[in-house]
Ligand binder design. Structure first.
Ligand SMILES: Cc1cc2nc3c(=O)[nH]c(=O)nc-3n(C[C@H](O)[C@H](O)[C@H](O)COP(=O)(O)OP(=O)(O)OC[C@H]3O[C@@H](n4cnc5c(N)ncnc54)[C@H](O)[C@@H]3O)c2cc1C
Length: 642
């Protein structure tokens, strides 16, 4: 099949580029990896390298001409093809970017991704004869340079798995079931390592995170915050605005558009790294065997990454209109006047924040003592106060017993601290998720589950040979003597991503010892309410319960010049250190943009930074990040601004 050379996207802002030089002319031989053209962007001139060997059959965009990102610049005929025929039949696309995927920025050297890039043709499916043994240890393959300029075609892939006799070779090195942050990250990483990869996804690439989770909700929250700021702060900042009207469908449409764009970006990355993608619902038949769209396929390794979905309350079935999940809540046809939200974890709180900002009457009901019950209590209490100030009805220590449909909408019967009934037009149930494991495996495969998730050990091994699982679908079980015994996999996109990459790196190198397990004791978590919440590690209570002698440093944003200037003085940074060596045990923050501050503390923890080192690291002024340095200073009685 001929392969196309397309205009790469080399920065976020790049929409088109100019071909300044062709190093080849039509009819010239081209080798994979050879520079074929120079492209000028608004920032630099970049060489573009061919992914495939063959003959340059068509130059579609001449030197000096510009073309939009994704437009076909040229076509390479493979050795078996007739370059003249390809040239004769070539129809210029008109450079229409509309037919081109919208790749995310990669900062790559080139993105000359052939749209028809050539993953190897799978051999006819064969049942593996006997359970294949794990591959022999191999030197890890160096990943290609960013941009794929060193990409080898699959036939050149080296050093690949120990070559098996052809008749026994599986169709793929890796089949991944699910294309969310776990599945697509695993697929891209395996593609980078020159593995023959197939990713099977039944809906949209990007999974929950890109399509129905992290990203679309953040778009909504940004818009909500924008509306709130105009309504509540414009006047105080000397800006007079008239009546602020909200175009709800437009807000929803912007969020959906971003999700769609990102999903296309994953498809682009799959092409770039030669990951094969099949749309369909996969079923695991046995170790090494998967069925999709009535076809059976084999792989050396199978990675299950099927994610999770919202849990239903036993007395209130989801109907998609009034009793809804987060999926419908981010895609309602019109803004509800009243919304009841059951569950005050991150998802419940974020929707409470969004709908309140737009003017919907919001009641949030939580059975446990606080909003965001897993956060440090001081953080939760401040969020509760902030929500209440803005008119969100917060009902903690309150259980929902019944939801009835009435002519006017819904009636919720509550018990506990707020034993009452409330009315709403819609009710979002956000009380947790359950793994997508129904029909995932044929009964004879005997895949072991635990509480509706795939049971894995600390290396993501299931009970079946060479079948692995990562992401939200797993229940992870550590050895009882492990420092992580009792910790669980938190349902977060970055956790899914890291598990997947770690697993693939381990499979590719088989130097398992080189790959330390993710430290589940220090997983960062963020909630994008206003104020935002960000944390990592032990809460103050947990640190004390674990027997640590601790020092706590808390620095309020009301003492931060940057926060005051931004009009965002609500909140604080609270750091927990072990007294003995100043080891960072936990970080808990609430305030404007604290989700962006958390990465500093994640890195500090990774590098085993102590209290002293955080204090002594020069933080730029004026920034919100100074509050971290000052909080560490408070713990050590040497904060300057408090
Ligand atoms: C409203 C909301 C907001 C969120 N916000 C955040 C946030 O801000 N930050 C954060 O870190 N996390 C957030 N999350 C959680 C995050 O989305 C998940 O942790 C993450 O998507 C998990 O990735 P995954 O790959 O394990 O599963 P998923 O993203 O769920 O992907 C699994 C994929 O597998 C597919 N699949 C299932 N079964 C099959 C099958 N048999 N065959 C083929 N395909 C199959 C599904 O269609 C799906 O696309 C949010 C979640 C929700 C619902």
């Amino acid at each position: 099949m001929p392969s196309e050379i397309t205009m790469p996207q080399l920065s976020d802002t790049m929409t088109e580029g100019k071909v300044v030089k062709w190093h080849k002319k039509e009819g010239d031989k081209v080798s994979a990896g050879e520079e074929v053209a120079d492209v000028e962007t608004d920032k630099a001139v970049m060489p573009m390298e061919a992914f495939e060997s063959g003959t340059l059959a068509v130059i579609a965009v001449q030197e000096g001409q510009s073309a939009p990102v994704g437009a076909v610049l040229g076509v390479i005929a493979s050795a078996k093809e007739n370059a003249g025929e390809i040239k004769k039949n070539f129809k210029p696309s008109g450079g229409s970017p509309s037919s081109a995927p919208a790749p995310p920025a990669t900062g790559a050297k080139t993105q000359a991704a052939p749209a028809s890039s050539s993953a190897p043709k799978p051999q006819a499916p064969q049942a593996p004869t006997g359970a294949p043994k794990p591959q022999a240890p191999q030197a890890p393959t160096a990943p290609p340079k960013a941009g794929g300029s060193t990409r080898l075609s699959s036939s050149q892939a080296a050093p690949g798995p120990a070559p098996a006799p052809p008749q026994k070779r599986c169709d793929y090195d890796v089949i991944i079931i699910g294309g969310g942050p776990a599945g697509y990250a695993a697929a891209i990483r395996a593609g980078q390592l020159k593995k023959r990869v197939l990713c099977i996804e039944k809906e949209n690439l990007g999974g929950t995170c890109l399509n129905w989770g992290c990203i679309p909700t953040k778009a909504l929250l940004e818009d909500g915050a924008f509306v709130r700021k105009i309504r509540t702060e414009a006047n105080a900042r000397g800006v007079t605005v008239g009546d602020v009207k909200v175009d709800f469908p437009k807000i929803i449409a912007r969020s959906r558009g971003i999700a769609e764009k990102l999903s296309k970006g994953i498809a682009h990355l799959f092409r770039k790294y030669e990951v094969k993608h099949e749309q369909g619902t996969a079923q695991l038949l046995a170790a090494h065997r998967v069925k999709v769209n009535n076809k059976e396929m084999t792989a050396e390794h199978i990675i299950i990454a099927v994610g999770a979905r919202p849990v239903e309350l036993p007395f209130a079935k989801f109907d998609g209109k009034q009793i809804i999940t987060s999926r419908e809540a981010m895609n309602l046809p019109q803004q509800p006047k009243r919304i009841a939200i059951i569950g005050a974890g991150a998802i419940g709180c974020e929707f409470a924040d969004f709908y309140n900002a737009l003017g919907t009457e919001v009641t949030i009901v939580e059975m446990l003592d606080n909003l965001l019950p897993n956060e440090d209590q001081e953080v939760s209490v401040l969020l509760e106060r902030s929500f209440a100030k803005r008119g969100i009805k917060v009902m903690t220590k309150t259980k929902t017993d019944k939801i009835e449909k009435t002519p006017g909408g819904l009636k919720l019967t509550l018990s506990g601290a707020n034993a009452t009934t409330i009315e709403a037009d819609v009710c979002l149930v956000a009380v947790g998720v359950t793994g997508n494991v129904e029909n995932l495996a044929a009964p004879e495969a005997k895949l072991e589950l635990f509480k509706n998730r795939v049971k894995v050990d600390h290396k993501y091994r299931t009970n079946l040979e060479n079948v692995w699982a990562v992401g939200d679908c797993v229940s992870i079980h550590f050895d009882s003597d492990s420092s992580m015994a009792g910790y669980r996999h938190p349902d977060l996109a970055h956790v899914a991503h890291h598990e997947a990459v770690k697993l693939v790196d381990t499979l590719a190198s088989f130097h398992e010892a080189d790959h330390e397990t993710i430290d589940y004791r220090f997983i960062p978590g963020c909630t994008y309410t206003h104020p935002q919440v960000a944390s990592m590690g032990m809460t103050e209570r947990k640190a004390r319960e674990a027997g640590h002698e601790i020092r706590v440093g808390k620095f309020p944003f009301s003492a931060s010049g940057r926060a005051l200037a931004a009009g965002e003085s609500e909140g604080f940074v609270k750091l927990i250190f072990d007294k003995k060596y100043g080891e960072l045990l936990g970080a808990h923050m609430i305030g404007e943009n604290v989700t962006e501050l958390l990465a500093e503390l994640v890195l500090a923890k990774k590098l085993e930074a102590t209290e002293d080192e955080i204090i002594e690291a020069m933080h730029p002024h004026p920034t919100m990040s100074e509050a971290i340095m000052e909080a560490a200073g408070v713990a050590d009685n040497r904060a300057i601004h408090l």
